[in-house]
Design a binder for this molecule. Structure first.
Ligand SMILES: *Cc1c(COP(=O)(O)O)cnc(C)c1O
Length: 372
């Protein structure tokens, strides 16, 4: 008798049922009043008013398919960042591109590397492609180039690095990224996820454009979800070598960027003043939060992005879960990061001035053992 009798119902490919579904940050709070959503790294400034106008302008044309090659958007991105438009591929959020890269370059049994507290989408994309996730240890909640290189085998096909990383907020200086690239075999694809690049104020940081331009195996992904404030529209892009763009363009959805996203994206890129305002807001309130929360005796991981990771003791009544519940009662929604292997921490997005002040006041009361 055959050992491979068909099952009596459709069975997903190996790997699919090993995927823990991605759980987004909560939107609601336990208390009844105003809610401050500080759980998904969204911008407190909202999108550019010009982007909202551009979005609205297409409401009367919803029956038309969008431009599947997003020519105007790619050319706007190319102009803004000084790139070759032919080497830009856009997606339904950068998540779309992270998945497409695995689908194109990782096959059954192939290995994909990311770091211990790396963005959860990497594991999902590798498993969804039938690949084997390989986790490289970090040092001080920061990616460790030697550890990543130590994980490379002849089955390795892809390395995902969020720089800066979510949820830790830490980053690798460009010299380290270059050292990582130099140590990888030429057939291994290095994906630099620069979702938070605009927020970084460090001289030794680079998003990866130079590395993409000068090599055949590096891709940089970017998003309109964070500083541009268009998370709801789902728009991301990547800059990649021509051969990789060709592969992505063969397998992507033919209309994977919708028209409203396309129009709003172009308008958002043009409003450089709005982006600068978001940078200025973050540059003021990120260090303020780090200092104020540290003063409460809580350890805060140094962050260069628009969020901070706050560590709590394990003791009953003082834990991260207790703090999450306490803050939620006051309408302050933070992100529990147990799924990232950080059960004793909460991630806090830099919100409005009001939200920042409320969080610090609430944490002060929480630490003092007050009731919500
Ligand atoms: C938020 C985020 C993204 C962006 O995802 P989109 O699909 O573009 O909304 C990508 N990578 C990381 C590390 C992120 O935190």
């Amino acid at each position: 008798m055959s050992k491979t009798l068909p099952a009596d119902r459709p069975v997903p490919r190996p790997g699919i049922l090993a995927i823990d579904p991605y759980v987004p940050g909560k939107s609601g709070a336990a208390g009844g009043g105003k809610v401050h959503k500080l759980s998904s790294n969204e911008t407190p400034l909202g999108p550019s008013p010009r982007a909202i106008e551009a979005f609205a302008s297409i409401a009367s044309k919803l029956e038309l398919y969008p431009d599947g090659s997003v020519t105007r958007l790619r050319s706007a991105i190319a102009t803004r960042f000084g790139l070759d438009a032919a080497r830009i591929v856009c997606g339904n959020g950068s998540d779309d591109l992270l998945h497409l890269l695995a689908a194109a370059y990782v096959g059954p049994g192939d290995e994909g590397i990311f770091t211990t507290h790396g963005f959860l989408v990497y594991r999902i994309a590798i498993l969804a492609a039938g690949g084997v996730p390989v986790v490289a240890p970090e040092k001080d909640l920061t990616a460790d180039v030697d550890a990543i290189l130590g994980c490379v085998t002849d089955r390795t096909r892809i390395v995902y690095l969020a720089n800066p990383n979510n949820p830790t907020g830490t980053y690798l200086p460009f010299e380290e990224v270059k050292r990582l690239h130099a140590g990888l075999p030429k057939h291994v694809l290095l994906v630099l996820d620069a979702a938070y690049a605009e927020y970084v104020r460090r001289n030794d940081y680079a998003e990866g454009i130079e590395l993409v331009s000068t090599s055949d195996n590096v891709v940089m992904t970017r998003t309109f979800s964070k500083i541009f404030g268009l998370a709801n529209l789902r728009l991301g892009w990547c800059y990649a070598p021509a051969g990789i763009c060709d592969a992505l363009n063969r397998i992507r959805g033919p209309f994977n960027v919708n028209g409203p996203a396309l129009e709003a994206g172009i308008a958002a890129l043009e409003d450089t003043g709005h982006v600068q305002a978001a940078i200025d807001h973050n540059s003021k309130w990120l260090p303020w939060l780090i200092e104020e929360v540290s003063r409460l005796g809580l350890r805060v991981t140094p962050s260069v992005a628009n969020f901070v990771l706050i560590h709590f003791p394990q003791s009953p009544g003082k834990s991260a879960a207790d703090a999450e519940a306490f803050l939620s009662q006051r309408g302050l929604v933070l992100r529990g990061v147990g799924a990232y292997g950080l059960p004793d921490a909460l991630r806090l997005t830099v919100g409005t001035e009001e939200a920042c002040r409320l969080v610090v006041a609430a944490l002060r009361d929480f630490r003092a053992g007050q009731h919500a």
